[in-house]
Write a protein that binds this ligand. Sequence first.
Ligand SMILES: [Zn+2]
Length: 155
Amino acid sequence: MEENEAPREEESQEENNQERVLRIRLRTECPCGSGKAYVDCCRDYHTGKRAPETAEQLMRSRYTAYFFRLADYLVGTQHPDTRPRGIREELEQTMPDMMWRSLKILSTSKGQKADNKGKVEFVATLHHEGKLLQHHEKSRFKKLKGKWKYLDAKG
Ligand SMILES: [Zn+2]
C-alpha cells in the first residue's frame, strides 16, 4: 500500500470565490436535469436574453431559479393574476432553507409554442429542515403578452 501526501493546494484563500462559483455553475449540468450545461439551458432565460418557448421550459427555468435562489426571476415569471402579495419577501425567507436535489417532469399538456395555456406535472426533490421531501405538483401556465407565466398549481 502506498501512501501519498495530499497535493498541496495554493491557498490564495480569497481567490475570488464568487467567480469560481460562477465558473462552476456555467460549466456544469443545468440543475433542471435537461442534461445540457446551464449556459446552454436555463441561463438565457434567467438573464432575459431569451424567453422560454414552452411551458415546460419555463417550468424548468423556474426550478433552476429556486435552485440558484433567483427571487426576481420567480416573481417575474408568475402571472400577475395569481401573484401573491409579499411573494418576494416570502421567497427570500424560505429559499435559503431549501436545497433542491432534482426535478422530474412527469407529463405535459399543451404549453407548446403556439399554445396560450399549458400544464406541466412534475416531482421535485428537496432537502428541507433535515428531511428529504418530494414536491408533486400539476402546474398551470398561461401566456401574458406572448410570454409564458406560471399561473397556479392544481391537484
Ligand atoms: Zn435547465
